[in-house]
Each structure stands twice: as structure tokens, then as C-alpha cells.
Design a protein around this ligand. Sequence first.
Ligand code: PYC
Length: 418
Amino acid sequence: MNQKARFSAWGLFKRGLTRSHWPRVWDHHELRDSYDVVIVGGGVHGLATAYYLARNHGITNVAVVEKSYIGSGGSGRNTAIVRSNYLTPEGSKFYDRSVELYEHLAADLNFNVMFEQRGHMTLAHSDSSLRTMRWRAEVNKLQGIDSSVIGPEEIKSLAPFLDTSDHPRYPILGALWHPPGGIVRHDAVVWGYARAAAALGVHIHQGTELTGIEVESGRVAVAQTSRGDIATSTIVNCTAGWASLVAKMAGVRLPIITRPLQAAVTEPVRQFLHPVVVSGSLHTYVSQTARGELVFGASVDPFASYSTRGSLEFATGLATHVLELMPAISKMRMLRQWAGLCDMTPDFGPIIGPTPVDGFYVDVGWGTYGFKAGPVAGESVAEMVANGRPGSLIEPFGLERFHAGTLTAEKGAAAVGH
Ligand code: PYC
């Protein structure tokens, strides 16, 4: 053991035996009577917004109010896939900026977020899905995104455990291959943003629930919370699952239906699956974490609910589909399953922008795309709050599109059919 390692091992041992705990990552603060900006929701979107407000615009009198603990909502209940191979030019451009931010996030936040660009492969099992993959690849290439259609031989060399023979019910005909896609450690992203935002002066109030919003003469005036009222001229709704309920407090109606999306994880095994693999026809996607577990997800449940529990129906359906793709893993054991809440909009695009109430902004409606968008959404919302108007990356995703009829049509880029 070298000298440095011995010191750090000794340091660990000492901390275990004494009361000299690790320094707090952020401090507890009393709730101020007023803040310049109140962000509702302590997930990746809320914390990233707070961080970029402080870092890029010098706005630090900011509170993040979170009714539970940070990362306890959608940010802790997803499958942590990052990609930008979307179907529309607006979507591809937007998510590509997120991939770019993720690439530099560990250095930016001085926190290892474990972003692994393992490549992202969306399988096509029919001629029509192959056609959609070609369409997506061409849209992506025009935006400068690395994305192309590959055949079964290349698929086999990238993921040897996939059954690429002609035996399965849904044979693999080709795939959309997106090398920059990958996975990230979701709680590290949340903690990294929280620590960096707090270091710049942002107050993070966990266990603090927003209970109401006072609007005076068409403008946000007070954020009412379970710990007291906050006078403020700006509230940003960065919640998932509760987005429409929070918006209703300001008198704003959102076209959102909340549906659970279930996921599951297996016991850890040796690394054998490098890329993220998605099959729309089989309603599943799978990646292997650095720890060796396989993480699976599926489509959203076919009903509206706020339940975050897993179901036996999901587990058996998932196992059936996954074994069609990778028969060799039939002996692996599933350890846990969970559900996250997805706020689905009519066109599968987010709602990010101002609202008819002055000073009330929304960053909501992420459906099944939320976690990967955290960094770019935070950067863009911070810019909008600082400048008072949305920048060009988020302009297509405003609330007014549902009145104007300029929908985004991003359903075709969903990981799996919904
Ligand atoms: O859009 O890649 C995706 C995704 C994976 C899980 C949920 N959404």
C-alpha cells in the first residue's frame, strides 16, 4: 500500500471511530422572508436551475423548496439514460446540449457523476421501425449528432448477448446506433448540483412543502410553504408528478396527465453488456451499471395514477420480453422494482417557459424524458428567468403552443412505444 493510500485509509478509520464526521455538503438555513427566486422541486431540474442562476447570472438569493428530500421524486426514480437521438430538429438540438453539459458535468461540479458514454442502440424489429430509425438518423445527422442505422452483424459485435438469429418472435433487423448516449449516476447528479448551488449561496430547504401561491394584479407575490410565507416576484415550477397541482395554485391549467413508469434492477453480475439497448416493440430498455446490475424500464402504465409501487404484472411482462432479447440471462434474479411519475403532455414535448401569470415559470411535462434534460433545462430556465424571456433552444416548448396548435410531435423518439 502506498503512503497516500495508507493515510486515506487511516483517515477513514479515524472518522469511523470518532465524532469528526464528514463536513456537511450544504448548510441548513432558516427560511428567509423573501427571496428573488423560489424554485419548487429539489430534483435535478430545480437544483440545476438554481446552480445556473447563481453561476451564469449571479442571482444567488434563491430558495429551492422540496417537500421531501432532494432527489426523492423523478430524479431518484428513473433509469438514468442520456441521449440526443430525437425525432425532431428542435428536440435533437435541445437534448444534444444536455449531452454536452453532461460530458463536462463532473469537472464543472467537481463531483464524479459517473457519466459513461457506452453508446445507445434502439433495435428495429420491423420494416416500419427501421424506416423510423433512418428518419431519426437523418434528422440527427443534420444537427451534427452522431447517429446512424446499423445491421445485425454490427449489433452482434456491440452486444454479443442479444439474440440476433431469425428464431425470435421479433427478429432484430437493424438498429439506430448513437455512440454519445449512455448512463449517468442519477443521485450523484442531484448531489453535485445541490453542493455546487449551495456553495454559490443558494438555500436548499428540504422538508418544505409549497402550499399555495398568492398572485396580486396578475403577478406572483408570495410563495406559501409549510414553514412560512416567502415574498417573491418569481416562482419556477420544477416538479414532476405534481406539476399540474402546483400550477393550479397560481391559477394556471396545464395539459398534463400523470402516469407511472415502472423499472427494475437485477443482482450485480460481471460486465457483459456495454451499450444501452432499447426495443420499442418489446417495450423495454436495459443497461448495465458500473456495479454490474441490469437496469430495466418499460412503457408508462396505461392509466393515470400517483402510485410509485411496482406490480407483479409488470415484472412478469418485463421478464418475458427481456428473455426474448437475451435468453442467456434467464437465471438472473430481479432485486427491486419501482415506479416514477411521468407528466405526459399531448405531444410528448415538455412545457418550459413563462405562463399567463407574470413571474410564474414552468419547467414541467417531461413525460419519460426528464432526467436526461436536467442540465439543459436548468441552464435554459436560468437564462429565461435572468432575461425575462425564453431563449431559442426552449422557444418551441412553450405553453402557448397548445393554443396556437404548434405541437412538437416528439412521440416517435420515445424509448419505447406509449
Ligand atoms: O427517453 O431514453 C429515454 C427513456 C428511457 C427511460 C425513459 N425514457
